[in-house]
Design a protein around this ligand. Structure first.
Ligand code: PLP
Length: 391
């Protein structure tokens, strides 16, 4: 495409450019509509052109977008309070601009904790096979997918990879300071960890005064049906990271922790992090989602969505072998890897946006306020795409 002439070729883009959206529907340059089961990879939690969000952005733009963290930022204080209250954890927040940055902040905090809390400093962080924690040098190294590490070394030392949670427990040694994980692996196959194993890991870490870091960049902000999936697991992490859905498209990231006395002035910071625009919008998003979740509609629609996935599993046993996931973070595992791109492309042609995860999984991350009508329409298009793929 001529438009790509000045862009580095980093993305394998589908051949479509969207110009506008309404609720959970996007429109391309020719006016064709697409039901969105992808929400910009879990970012557009309230879909498109949400009236309340448009009003909030307009109002804030007329007042002030950014001042810098050298001054007090009232919306940042308000947003942190909301996030902490929704989590029910005794924590404090640091605001940044993306998931990678939130995880980078978590790694720095864990390193400092390891440096100052023990006679012999601890620094190693254990992560889990197929995890995804970001693309900066440290978060890439924390990502336990070694095929992604080629070319970019040398890396910071101190990341150890475990096959699973039991192995993570057995790998803890004198230099380990933390275990960092996703409770559902987003890029790694919508694989959900076992609750009892996670509780065992939490207990082991607490006994040794080591940290549990939960990366909720994809699972957080009601994606799982709960504000945090850590709440569903009934665990108390020491650090939680959030980003994606927090401000329905305005860049934002958060690292929240119960270890309030580790970072001190000058240890960390961010120019854009937590500015007036992102935190005002985030606060509005959180208020809307809290109300939506309390109304019961979120849970009802998750169940409705889920019933379709079960229907497809049962109706097309030659195509799908398993359903993975939880809440509005779901995956259908294909029997044949080669069908993955075919199904994504034929869905696009039929006006439906879906994602992939791993090598053979169709991933569904719809906007959290998707309606039943949109779900029905989207799955009709999905079934047509399945039929075409099986031809
Ligand atoms: C679980 C998880 N962690 C970290 C990241 C990195 O976030 P970002 O792309 O905003 O840096 C992602 C992004 O997909 C993610 O899903």
């Amino acid at each position: 495409m001529e438009e790509d002439k000045y862009l580095l070729p980093l993305y394998n883009r589908l051949n479509v450019a969207f110009v506008k959206g309404k609720k959970s529907i996007l429109y391309d340059e020719n006016g064709k509509d697409y039901i969105d089961f992808a929400s910009g990879v879990g970012v557009n939690s309230l879909g498109y052109a949400n009236k309340k969000i448009v009003k909030t952005i307009k109002k804030q733009a007329k007042r002030v977008l950014h001042t810098s963290n050298i001054y007090h930022i009232k919306p940042q204080e308000k947003c942190a309070k909301k996030i902490v209250e929704l989590s029910n954890y005794d924590m404090q927040c640091f605001f940044c601009n993306s998931g990678s940055e939130a995880n980078e902040s978590a790694i720095k905090l864990a390193r400092k904790y390891g440096n100052i809390s023990f006679d012999k400093p601890k620094y190693k962080i254990i992560t889990i096979k197929n995890s995804f924690h970001g693309r900066t040098i440290a978060t890439l190294k924390a990502t336990a997918q070694e095929d992604k590490h080629k070319f970019f070394g040398p890396y910071p030392d101190g990341f150890v990879y475990a096959e699973d949670i039991n192995q993570a427990i057995s790998l803890i040694d004198d230099s380990t300071v933390a275990v960092m994980l996703e409770l559902i692996q987003g890029e790694g196959g919508i694989f959900m960890q076992d609750i009892s194993q996670i509780k065992k890991l939490e207990k082991t870490l607490k006994e040794k005064k080591l940290l549990l870091i939960v990366d909720e960049i994809q699972t957080g902000v009601y994606r799982s049906g709960n504000f945090l999936i850590s709440q569903y697991f009934e665990i108390k992490p020491d650090i939680v990271t959030l980003a994606k859905g927090l401000a329905t498209g305005i860049p934002i990231g958060v690292m929240m922790t119960s270890k309030k006395n580790i970072f001190t002035f000058g240890d960390h910071g961010s120019t854009f992090g937590g500015n007036h625009l992102s935190t005002t919008v985030s606060c509005k998003v959180l208020n809307i989602l809290e109300e939506y979740s309390n109304s019961g509609i979120l849970q009802e629609n998750i169940k409705f969505f889920d019933s379709y996935l079960l229907y497809f599993m049962n109706k097309y046993p030659n195509l799908f072998k398993q359903k993975n996931g939880h809440g509005f973070m779901q995956g259908l595992v294909l029997k044949d890897d080669t069908k993955l791109n075919e199904l994504i492309n034929s869905s696009l042609k039929n006006g439906l946006l879906i994602l992939k995860s791993g090598k053979n999984i169709i991933r569904f991350l719809p906007p959290l306020n998707i309606t039943k009508k949109e779900i029905i329409k989207g799955f009709k298009r999905f079934e047509n795409s399945i039929i075409e793929t099986l031809k």
